[in-house]
Design a binder for this molecule. Structure first.
Ligand code: PLP
Length: 418
């Protein structure tokens, strides 16, 4: 459920006409609904109310500090994957005790910053990383709280680029080797073992892969207990899918029911790292039609491109595209393309589209997750503005970049200056 709805053929975000925001901030821009974000967080978090748990929003899915603050105000923590995200979480006011840090390539500097901040735990992805954590923690005179990210070898049945829990993927430690690694970690003076974690992939539309990996992790936690290693935190990662088109992902409470059932006899705090399911349908990308071209194919050329929303080019992902002002139900098949000099620069291909003309506004739906956060400056395009609607009001939460920002930090060396 989200709060982007038509009233008399005009698309609103909560109580604000999308066109009003476009007039004020120009196009393209990302538009988020605070009521939707709040509703999604509550639906997800309350589904686990019966058990000790912590919902750590996956920052990489939508990293704006206003959004991070919104979730922090609701009691949420953060799942981070870089020192930059640690910095963002700090700037947003996320409680460090609610931060978990995942990722295969953490540097010594990033590890040091996370330890100094006092985060809940580092989800360690290799033995070499563990050695670096030990060394950094010793240097700081601290004990590093850790879990290992265990790779359960479960097929999440999603896009290959976002499958992470298969034996062939780069993530985590194979479950068959995990016991040896935990036993080794126990011997390290500056390491405190806290948890077991996993994250098997993104945009999962079935509960069964989650249940399958949870089953494997439970067995493993029992094995650790047998060795005298007590686990206090079980981190199940993120990955719950959303509806972009005709997918039928489980609702959060169906997902939670399945997990709660498995957890009944386990004495652990459950950590969840949802990203997409909280923000995906809480944001849209608003773009303006620049030109239309009719020939062998019909093209609708808009002012947003693959640098602003990479998912269609990167994953061949589907995003519904709607007219901000609806005129009738007539459709014609078209490609919706951006201004970038790549054939891969499309937002939709061979799509039945409403009839539009230059100047019309379009809303690319379900763009809240992996939208702005994956955007780039390719083709020297300033990154777009982000706006948060709250009831009848709307707030700029990120300025549109200027040309000055495009060349910020660039230097012409002396030898080129004549
Ligand atoms: C990307 C990621 C998430 C969030 O995934 P969603 O599919 O957006 O819920 C959670 N945990 C880790 C470790 C991730 O890499």
């Amino acid at each position: 459920m989200h709060y982007f709805q038509y009233k008399n053929d005009t698309l609103f975000c909560e109580d604000v006409p999308v066109s009003t925001v476009a007039e004020e901030v120009g196009t393209p821009f990302y538009l988020y609904s605070a009521a939707t974000l709040t509703r999604h967080f509550a639906a997800f978090d309350l589904a686990f109310a019966g058990i000790p748990h912590l919902t750590c929003f996956a920052v990489k899915s939508c990293a704006n500090i206003a959004i991070l603050r919104l979730f922090a105000n609701l009691g949420g923590g953060a799942d981070i994957v870089s020192g930059g995200e640690l910095f963002r979480a700090g700037a947003a006011g996320v409680d460090p005790k609610k931060i978990v840090y995942s990722g295969v390539g953490k540097t010594a500097e990033e590890i040091g910053a996370a330890l100094k901040a006092g985060i809940l735990m580092l989800n360690v992805e290799s033995e070499q990383e563990l050695a670096v954590i030990q060394k950094v923690a010793a240097g700081l005179g601290l004990k590093a709280p850790i879990s290992f990210r265990v790779n359960p070898d479960v097929d999440p049945k999603t896009h290959a680029y976002i499958s992470t829990g298969l034996a062939k993927n780069k993530f985590g430690i194979p479950i068959g080797e995990a016991l040896r690694v935990y036993l080794a970690a126990r011997e390290l003076p500056n390491i405190t073992i806290k948890g077991v974690s996993c994250h098997i992939g993104s945009q999962l539309t079935k509960v069964s892969p989650f249940v399958e990996s949870l089953g494997k992790l439970k067995g493993f936690i029992a094995e650790l207990a047998g060795q005298g290693i007590a686990i206090t935190h079980l981190d199940l990662g993120g990955g719950l899918g959303i509806r972009y088109n005709d997918e039928e992902p489980p609702e959060p409470d169906e997902y939670a029911r399945a997990i709660n059932k498995e957890l009944a006899d386990l004495d652990c705090t459950l950590i969840l790292e949802p990203g997409r399911v909280l923000v995906g349908n809480a944001g849209v990308l608003v773009t303006r039609v620049l030109y239309t071209k009719a020939g062998l194919k019909k093209f609708i050329i808009v002012d947003a491109g693959m640098n602003d929303l990479a998912r269609p080019s990167l994953y061949d992902a589907f995003h519904l595209i709607q007219a901000v002002e609806r005129h009738g139900l007539e459709r014609e098949v078209a490609d919706v393309v951006g201004p970038i000099c790549e054939t891969g620069d499309f937002l939709a291909r061979d799509r039945p589209m409403p009839k539009v003309a230059a100047g019309d506004l379009l809303a690319v739906m379900s763009a809240g997750a992996y939208g702005f956060s994956m955007s780039s400056n390719y083709n020297s395009r300033p990154r777009v503005a982000e706006v948060l609607v709250h009831g009848e009001g709307f707030h700029l939460i990120r300025d549109r970049e200027t040309n000055d920002i495009l060349i910020q930090g660039e230097i012409i060396p002396e030898f080129l200056v004549s």
